[in-house]
Design a protein around this ligand. Sequence first.
Ligand SMILES: NC(=O)C1=CN([C@@H]2O[C@H](COP(=O)(O)OP(=O)(O)OC[C@H]3O[C@@H](n4cnc5c(N)ncnc54)[C@H](OP(=O)(O)O)[C@@H]3O)[C@@H](O)[C@H]2O)C=CC1
Ligand SMILES: O=C(O)[C@@H]1CCC=N1
Length: 269
Amino acid sequence: MEQRIGLIGLGNMGNAILQGILGSNVVPGTQIYVYDTHPEKGEDLNKSDGVNNLASARDVARESDIVFVAVKPNVIVDVLNDIQKELKKNTIVVSIAAGVTIKTIAKSIGYEQKIIRVMPNTPALVNAAMCSITPNTEVTDEELKIVQELLNCIGETEVVPEYLIDAVIGASGSSPAFVFMFIEALADGAVKGGLSRKQAYKFAAQAVMGSAKLLLETGKHPGELKDMVCSPAGTTIEGVHALEEKGFRAAIIDAVEATIKKSKSMAEN
Ligand SMILES: NC(=O)C1=CN([C@@H]2O[C@H](COP(=O)(O)OP(=O)(O)OC[C@H]3O[C@@H](n4cnc5c(N)ncnc54)[C@H](OP(=O)(O)O)[C@@H]3O)[C@@H](O)[C@H]2O)C=CC1
Ligand SMILES: O=C(O)[C@@H]1CCC=N1
């Protein structure tokens, strides 16, 4: 890929995106420009991969054709205001911030700027992210494909309209936290049953990963796959009953709904 890639913010997500791009060799480190308020993060990347560690977000914006802004939602508007003058007409600005709308972004950098909102998740760190992509009307199909190609370095992508990003946050942006709670609880139960902590995490995590893989690869309905595990008068149906009694599904739906509500309220402010 010939585009120069910028990254502002090298935290959990910025770093995951960067590592994915570097690992795939789609863009060499020397064609990547980064800035974080902690310069040592970029310094390490400079030494290991030749990534250009620049002195300011403005410098990154000036050098880049596609610039990922990976800072927290409460600072992104300041960053966008800061870089606005350095953006070229064709620079694509990619925001991964939760609850920050394309309209808010455009207000800072101009309504004619090319803007893409992406909602990734932390499995990006192991190239297993799920990312939603939402371009504004200035982005061409070809440009969208280029950004998709970059994001495919960290996982899978789906294009969604902006009003559905809140639901994506519930289902995949935030849900890794819920899944980790589930894995932790599974392991606690197994430890209670006598398994070592280390083995309990391995059994639980592998079961979650394998189940997700089975669903994705077979395309079967999750209910059908659940039924395949429940032998008549067997062990699993006892556990299913216990979960239903405790309102397991309702608790998950409530968690996703609470996430969506928060995301929408952030967008309104
Ligand atoms: N974490 C997640 O699971 C997901 C996060 N997101 C979104 O990704 C974005 C980043 O989140 P995450 O990576 O977790 O956050 P982090 O806090 O881990 O990373 C942000 C990084 O940017 C630095 N930073 C702060 N201000 C600036 C600035 N002005 N210029 C350059 N760098 C700056 C931070 O430094 P310091 O620590 O000093 O503030 C930190 O190193 C958020 O908007 C979030 O909504 C989206 C999907 C999933
Ligand atoms: O909690 C958050 O705000 C971010 C957005 C999606 C996941 N984490």
